[in-house]
Design a protein around this ligand. Structure first.
Ligand SMILES: C[S@@+](CC[C@H](N)C(=O)[O-])C[C@H]1O[C@@H](n2cnc3c(N)ncnc32)[C@H](O)[C@@H]1O
Length: 345
């Protein structure tokens, strides 16, 4: 098992903002009020409308409260005064419904790093899946929190060697799924000939472990057990225990999962979101998780850690235009991790 070379400080699993928002996520209710705070971070002075900032520096306030957890490092030392950028906190589902139209094109740095890392990690993972299920008639693969199908498409396009494969994408944002459907539907005919079928479903994938009755998840509980799950950049939004309870419930014994997420070193000072056409930063709910506490939560749910990869921003990423100029401030900071888990038999 490849473990992180540097021990990372453990942080308690805490939502970045108040618990009222947690219940809105769980119940999938629409926002009843809008929290507007003003972002006084020093980075996105000229944050253009319709850009994503899941890779920008912290707000100094979140819902009007100091967020010390997110301001421990990466504070610019020579920063100009910047005008305040309004920040709007809304339920995660609503945030992604709004973000959907530009999610694939707004230059999000974490997606770019995710893409780079998955160039090797994903084929390696899928090749393992393929060989370990060589005797299975049919493979069921799930993209959990598939969003716009950024990575679902890679699952569908993968060379499964003529095997019968069902790729399911689940997400609770209809806006994101609408984009995914446009991406995947042209592939359907072609893939059907190769034996690959795909479908998308809209549902909240993560009931609360402590109160499962809140969200019965018909779409999830009706799924047949899954051989392999991918879930990229989703964990940030979900309580750890709930996330891994769902993952463990979905997987067949011996099934595997590839999970990627914002690294805690970045998450302490940033979270997913985008700048809307009015120049307002729109954010859902986010949590900061270290690799260690992620591994511990997975283990508690019956998932063994197979591998861990951590990725810092590199100057070559910016120089080679894999990420934009805003990437400079993250150079040398770990921004991403990817972990593979196997459900114990
Ligand atoms: C940062 S996006 C990642 C999307 C995609 N996996 C990717 O890598 O581009 C996070 C996704 O998680 C979804 N999500 C968050 N909470 C969810 C929940 N409780 N149930 C289902 N989907 C959820 C959001 O709607 C969003 O599409």
């Amino acid at each position: 098992m490849q473990m992180p070379s540097q021990p990372t400080a453990i942080y308690n699993q805490q939502p970045i903002f108040h618990s009222a928002f947690e219940s809105t996520i769980i119940n999938m209710t629409q926002p009843t009020s809008i929290d507007m705070t003003f972002d006084t971070s020093l980075v996105d002075v000229n944050a253009a409308a319709n850009t994503s900032f899941s890779t920008t520096e912290s707000d100094s306030t979140v819902d009007g409260q100091q967020t010390s957890k997110r301001t421990q490092n990466l504070q610019p030392t020579t920063a100009p005064q910047k005008p305040s950028t309004p920040v709007q906190h809304i339920p995660t589902q609503a945030a992604y419904d709004q973000w959907a139209a530009i999610y694939d094109t707004d230059g999000n740095m974490l997606q770019a790093i995710d893409d780079l890392e998955l160039q090797t990690l994903l084929p390696d993972f899928l090749s393992q899946v393929k060989s370990s299920s060589a005797t299975e008639q049919e493979l069921r693969v799930l993209d959990l929190g598939c969003g716009t199908g950024r990575n679902t498409e890679k699952l569908v396009r993968y060379d499964w060697n003529g095997k019968s494969v069902e790729v399911t994408g689940l997400d609770f944002s209809q806006g994101m799924l609408d984009v995914a459907a446009k991406k995947l539907s042209p592939l359907l005919k072609e893939n059907d000939q190769q034996g690959v079928r795909s479908r998308l479903e809209c549902c909240d994938c993560f009931p609360t472990v402590d109160n499962p009755s809140v969200s019965p998840l018909p779409a999830v509980s009706n799924l047949r057990p899954i051989h392999a799950v991918t879930s990229t950049l989703v964990l940030e939004h979900i309580p750890l225990k709930d996330y891994f309870a769902t993952l463990a419930a979905l997987l067949l014994p011996g099934g595997t999962a590839l999970v990627t997420n914002m690294h805690a070193d970045m998450g302490r000072v940033s979270q997913a979101g985008f700048v809307n056409a009015d120049g307002v930063k729109v954010r859902g709910s986010s949590y900061v998780y270290t690799v260690e506490e992620t591994a511990a939560a997975a283990k508690a749910a019956g998932l063994n850690v197979v591998s861990v990869n951590e990725r810092e921003m590199r100057k070559e990423d910016v120089e080679g235009s894999a990420v934009g100029e805003r990437g400079w401030k993250w150079v040398g900071t770990k921004v991403w991790f990817g972990m593979v888990f196997r459900k114990t038999s």
